[in-house]
Design a protein around this ligand. Structure first.
Ligand SMILES: O=CC(=O)O
Length: 321
């Protein structure tokens, strides 16, 4: 009697769900997100929903689904796109994809950090547009990790994977902040400090926390004012952790050196956004987990989460909330 609405088109997902004997599967068979109207229509009466982080799962969607809904499986580790209180109230289980995207996201964070600090996108453009006149002592100078202090805001799975990768670059001090002190931080000689200390002492501030009411707008004017003028700001978590107007001012006034963002508000960032006029701001289109293999594994995991939810068995990765 189980049916599932898949707003994501992975062939792997579809195959798995069908071969598990799920009789009615409504598949949005495109790499483009499902439209809101199609989602609301397709989810009606469904027992399960597989969604993306770009699908807002709010009261409207839950109401449209109705009382059959037993499980929501999201193809993401983040779950800020879902109205968790409402989901809980209705007794719906939630699956997500932690761990499997940790390495890819940490790698992307390191790539973005280096690209931003060493001004790679600017350099590439100069080569193409003829701005490369000759070798010059101070041209396109940036900032290096060797001997630096790195601050990680949110030393969770991904934050820790970032720290592990950055340490071998010769990082002198690894600071972190968040809700709690982490015993596993010893592996990277991480020092738990108040956020203010991290912000004012770090040469690289890396944001790797979840978006919650506590972290929304955390990186604002006061935050950037405490950073060093030579400091690099990196965010690969969620755009809403940052107040983008305040970041723009910090970057354009020289309050901070540069910023690298893999996440913005909104997504996509409009092409006429002020941040995109700044040479010292590198913006990527939310590609933290975007390796072929990681996305394949995420698709499989989310399909298995969905199936377990439909069958009432243990999920490989259930979100406990
Ligand atoms: O941002 C990506 C995710 O939450 O998986």
């Amino acid at each position: 009697d189980n049916s599932g609405m898949l707003s994501n088109p992975s062939a792997a997902v579809s195959k798995q769900v069908r071969s598990a004997g799920e009789s009615v599967v409504s598949l949005w068979d495109s790499d483009e997100p499902v439209s809101r109207a199609e989602l609301l229509k397709g989810v009606a009466g469904a027992h399960g929903l597989l969604c993306l982080l770009s699908d807002k799962i709010d009261t409207e969607v839950l109401d449209a689904a109705g009382p059959n809904l037993k499980v929501i499986s999201t193809l993401s580790v983040g779950f800020d796109h879902m109205a968790m209180d409402e989901i809980k109230k209705r007794g719906v289980r939630v699956g997500y994809t932690p761990d499997v995207l940790t390495d890819a996201t940490a790698e992307l964070t390191v790539a973005l950090l280096l690209a931003t600090a060493r001004r790679l996108p600017e350099g590439v453009v100069e080569v193409i547009n003829g701005g490369w006149s000759t070798w010059k002592p101070l041209w396109l100078c940036g900032y290096g990790l060797s001997g630096s202090t790195v601050g990680v805001i949110g030393l969770g799975r991904i934050g820790m994977a970032i720290a592990r990768r950055l340490k071998p670059f010769g990082v002198k001090k690894l600071l972190y902040s968040g809700r709690t002190d982490k015993s596993y931080a010893a592996e990277v000689e991480g020092e738990y400090v108040p956020l203010d200390t991290l912000v004012s002492e770090s040469d690289f501030v890396v944001v790797s926390c979840a978006l919650t009411p506590d972290t929304q707008g955390l990186c604002n004017k006061q935050f950037f004012c405490k950073m060093k003028n030579t400091a690099v700001f990196i965010n690969t978590s969620r755009g809403a952790v940052v107040n983008q107007e305040d970041l723009y001012r910090a970057l354009s006034s020289g309050q901070i050196a540069c910023a690298g963002l893999d996440v913005t508000t909104p997504e996509p960032l409009p092409t006429d956004h002020p941040l995109l006029t700044l040479k010292n701001c590198v913006v990527l289109p939310h590609i933290g987990s975007a390796t072929y293999s990681t996305r394949g594994i995420m698709a499989e995991l989310s399909a298995n989460n969905l199936l377990a939810g439909l069958q009432g068995t243990d999920m490989p990765s259930e979100l406990k909330f």
